[in-house]
Design a protein around this ligand. Structure first.
Ligand SMILES: Nc1ncnc2c1ncn2[C@@H]1O[C@H](COP(=O)(O)OP(=O)(O)O)[C@@H](O)[C@H]1O
Ligand SMILES: [Mg+2]
Length: 259
């Protein structure tokens, strides 16, 4: 992880959030560095999605601070988050199924000739280059996105975010609705993001996937990050033990029955 510099792309301190009388986040601290992938794991209801929505500006925290490149951001909104380089890739990828891959990547940022004509060849060349760089396998970028597989569509959504210059990519359960092959494609793609220095935050229930992608796992419980584990020093089994908060069945059998 030599590409990880000292300034975190994003840092949050003492984030608190309640919905009515439910205290959902209780003092969350988190820093993510360029080129680093951090996984958030924890039981349903532990606050992962709420934290992500705060990082993407969807919810404002009741208390706490958010820093991007060490600059404190007051009142983060989704628009400000995008402008600051944070892209959240949700399950619903908000692509235009009738447009081709190139049209989707450049949506709203089309390249024109003489300020009037769309410069299609220029956009195509950039799109092909970008897809290649990100190792996204789409043989024909002129195909409407509606014809692509889930994994390829995920690729287009990510390529668009990268083209828009996003430095932090947040994924909430990116492979939950995918098959084995598409999952593998998406994981490869996330790898290539971190290789290019992009910071990644990923929520996933699949600990093997988490260990494949993330440099660090943050375990959330009742609105707190209770443990941070570098994946290099640990295993999915060990994190699973921490998640369930007790010794495993085998250990307990040993304790109880001496077997
Ligand atoms: N908009 C909301 N209004 C009320 N309660 C919410 C809202 N969003 C989340 N919660 C509650 O906050 C808790 C944490 O939810 P969430 O962040 O979705 O957890 P996770 O993603 O870890 O499963 C849950 O008890 C959930 O019911
Ligand atoms: Mg969730």
């Amino acid at each position: 992880m030599s590409n990880i510099s000292k300034v975190p792309v994003i840092k949050v301190e003492n984030i608190n959030k309640s919905f009515g009388s439910i205290h959902v986040l209780r003092g969350v601290n988190l820093e993510v560095y360029p080129g680093e992938a951090v996984a958030l794991v924890g039981d349903n209801g532990s606050g992962k999605s709420t934290l992500i929505k705060i990082l993407s500006g969807t919810y404002g925290p009741d208390k706490g601070s958010i820093y991007i490149h060490n600059k404190q951001i007051e009142h983060l909104t989704p628009k400000k988050a995008l402008a600051e380089g944070i892209a959240t890739v949700y399950q619903d990828l908000s692509l235009d199924n009738y447009r081709d891959v190139i049209g989707n990547i450049f949506l709203g940022q089309e390249i024109t000739k003489w300020g009037f004509f769309l410069d299609y060849p220029a956009m195509e060349a950039i799109a092909i280059d970008l897809l290649k760089k990100l190792k996204i396998n789409i043989p024909d970028p002129r195909v409407p996105v509606g014809y692509l597989s889930g994994g390829q569509r995920q690729g287009v959504a990510i390529a668009r975010a990268v083209f828009q210059g996003k430095e932090i990519m947040i994924f909430d359960e990116p492979t939950a609705a995918m098959g084995v092959k598409e999952t593998a494609t998406t994981l490869k793609l996330i790898h290539s993001l971190t290789e290019q220095g992009i910071a990644v935050i990923i929520v996933s229930h699949n600990l093997f996937q988490v260990f494949d992608i993330a440099h660090r796992v943050c375990i959330m419980k009742h609105g707190r990050i209770v443990k941070e584990i570098p994946t290099g020093d640990s295993s999915p089994q060990e994190v699973h033990q921490s998640l369930i908060g007790q010794t495993g069945l085998e250990d307990r059998m040993e304790q109880i029955y001496g077997i």
